[in-house]
Design a protein around this ligand. Structure first.
Ligand code: PMP
Length: 434
């Protein structure tokens, strides 16, 4: 796999393969890993001397590119003041500054912020907020969640229970996961002709079970790890109305979509809605440090405060970590400074043109683009090991899964770099499918 690899690099890889578990990988018979030494801008510098253009932004996160001087300086400045301090009974400027900005930039009406350490935890917190809300108004029977199929909300326990029951992990953990309500995935495509009947199943579910449902959770507009599907904004606005009508809280998981990825700062904006609870993560710190936040309305916060025991029952050790808050503040500075949405619409236009040729390829089911996301869905599940190596040999980093070969490059990518990425991507997919 690695051509000019040094003894030290080989030693690291040998240890890794024997002892380190990677995401969704066999602990003892993993497919090969690639050793990265450093990264800069849109490039991953590999230990064998190769330089790969990163098409994944390290799973939606590294929007301003690697080793960004402004980000590095902000974190270093904070590091020299205080890297961490407990959040119980203590606060600090980076946390306050960030909360102000998040409240200001997210849909109007989300006024309370809970910081946590990862996307899955932010979802756990959102689900718990919804449960505590209904507990506080003495409706403890409202303790189940509803969601759409093909969704994904993280790998910890309760988020797992609202992931797609087939492509998620239900089939393995079925006996122990909480049983939730699932409706079919939205069928009208993002730019398709809106079909009202898409919401019929939600209507039926709410009519029959609203007394048991605490909240409906959904990824706005883009279903990510559950299928990389883009659905119609009317679905989300219709869902918002139904949730209000049936007294069900709406949780929107913007962990993948937040901070511009779909072409709006938050994907909720396509539907002009404000959820009751919203989760952000990933690009929040531009992928510098793991961090997430759950925002909610004053109403939800007030109800929890007025109920028993009057406090929200969650408080992670690294809550409000100052380094993470500083990274998030620096990332938001860059979002403001560089007119990110304009850049994303240029990336979108280029992706639409440059991935289009794959549409006519045998074995390709659909090519779709939204914002800075380009997806090629193929007919057959891909051989990850083979295809990944082919991408690396062509100088690009793409990590397909299932039938999905996709890219979401860092926003700092230049049009020349993007052209390099898409042309090598198309050539590789062509070679793989013939
Ligand atoms: N929700 C969504 C929509 C996600 O895409 C992810 C991460 N892939 C998560 C939640 C979980 O985030 P994390 O991996 O940071 O726990």
């Amino acid at each position: 796999m690695n051509c000019n690899i040094t003894d030290k690099a080989q030693e690291l890889l040998d240890f890794d393969v024997k002892h380190i578990m990677h995401p969704y990988t066999s602990p003892t018979k993993p497919i090969p890993c690639y050793l990265v030494e450093s990264a800069s801008g849109v490039y991953l510098n590999m230990s064998d001397g190769r330089r790969l253009i990163d098409g994944m932004s390290s799973w939606w996160a590294v929007i301003h590119g690697y080793n960004n001087i402004y980000m590095n300086e902000a974190i270093t400045t904070q590091l020299n003041k205080m890297s961490h301090v407990m959040f119980g009974g203590i606060t600090h400027e980076p946390a306050v500054k960030l909360a102000k900005r998040l409240i200001q930039m997210t849909p109007k009406g989300l006024d309370h912020v809970f910081y946590s350490d990862s996307g899955s935890v932010a979802v756990e917190v959102a689900l718990k907020m919804a449960l505590q809300y209904w507990y506080s108004v003495e409706q403890p029977k409202k303790c189940k969640f509803a969601t759409v199929r093909s969704g994904y909300h993280g790998d910890t326990w309760h988020p797992m229970s609202v992931c797609d029951p087939v492509t998620g992990m239900h089939h393995i953990f079925n006996q122990t996961l909480s049983a939730q309500f699932f409706v079919p995935k939205p069928t009208t495509k993002f730019d398709g002709i809106w079909n009202e009947s898409d919401l019929d199943a939600v209507c039926d579910l709410f009519t029959n079970h609203h007394k048991e449902i605490a909240a409906f959770i959904i990824e706005p507009i883009v279903q990510g790890a559950g299928g990389m599907r883009f659905y119609h904004p009317n679905y989300l606005s219709g869902l918002r109305k139904l949730c209000k009508e049936y007294h069900i809280l709406l949780i929107v998981d913007e962990i993948a979509t937040g901070f511009g990825r779909t072409g709006k700062m938050f994907a909720c904006e396509w539907s002009q809605i404000t959820p009751d609870i919203m989760c952000v993560g990933k690009a929040l710190t531009s992928g510098y440090i793991t961090f997430a936040a759950t925002l909610t309305s004053h109403k939800v916060a007030q109800v929890i405060s007025n109920g028993y025991p009057g406090v929200f029952m969650h408080g992670p050790t690294f809550m409000g970590n100052p380094l993470a808050c500083s990274a998030a503040n620096a990332s938001l500075d860059l979002i403001e400074k560089y007119n990110i949405l304009d850049k994303i619409s240029k990336i979108e236009a280029q992706l639409k043109i440059e991935l289009n040729s794959l549409n006519s390829l045998n074995g390709v089911k659909e090519v779709r683009v939204l914002g800075a996301i380009g997806v090629v869905e193929v007919e057959e599940e891909v051989n990850l090991e083979v295809l990944q190596k082919m991408f690396v040999d062509r100088g690009i980093w793409i990590r397909p899964f299932g039938k999905l070969i996709y890219m979401m490059p860092p926003y700092v990518i230049t049009s020349e770099q993007l052209h390099q990425l898409t042309s090598q991507f198309c050539k590789t997919v062509q070679d793989y499918l013939v």
